[in-house]
Write a protein that binds this ligand. Sequence first.
Ligand SMILES: Nc1nc2c(ncn2[C@@H]2O[C@H](COP(=O)(O)OP(=O)(O)O)[C@@H](O)[C@H]2O)c(=O)[nH]1
Ligand SMILES: [Mg+2]
Length: 201
Amino acid sequence: MLGRIDQLSIFYKCFKALCCKGPPPPRPEYDLVCIGLTGSGKTSLLSQLCSENPENIVSTTGFSIKAVPFQNAVLNVKELGGADTIRKYWSRYYQGSQGVIFVLDSASSEDDLETARNELHSALQHPQLCTLPFLILANHQDKPAARSVQEIKKYFELEPLARGKRWILKPCSLDDMEAVKDSFTLLINLLEERELEPSRM
Ligand SMILES: Nc1nc2c(ncn2[C@@H]2O[C@H](COP(=O)(O)OP(=O)(O)O)[C@@H](O)[C@H]2O)c(=O)[nH]1
Ligand SMILES: [Mg+2]
């Protein structure tokens, strides 16, 4: 026969196990900067990831910040406006970033593609970004004029330029958000690796 104290103790343990699991551990948060020319699709992709109404998207003047939730992490993404007049100020907003998202329009004109290449090269070489993981999204792949990811890799000279750095180049479009989410998962893996091994880079 169990004594009264034992009974209470068992009851308390069962109650605690069933009801008092406590809140789940907080998801890690990472601060990222998102750059790319105007019209490349930065706001659209980030809004879709936040399940926002696509009809509310307006052109980004200056910058905007979104907390983008994923299963294992929350990404605080600072999108910098991509207009000619704003790009020269991008570097003022790099401080504190832990990773970079670069979005490009794979179907853009030759001139715009060259501008995007120059901007990506500057970012890859910038002292505040050069050691960070990069996710490069070759967006607008649904358009017939889109260059393939292999063409973009070659044109952007990523192999020689980004050698030794951690970067992911993925094709994507607004109509395949599952692929976009998979690309972000790869970026989160790189961010986690970096956190575990701070001396690796
Ligand atoms: N067809 C197509 N249109 C896109 C894609 N991504 C963005 N857009 C469109 O491109 C325009 C500019 O997008 P926005 O997100 O404002 O670009 P941002 O200036 O980089 O923020 C909008 O009309 C979007 O609907 C895509 O993958 N495919
Ligand atoms: Mg925008």
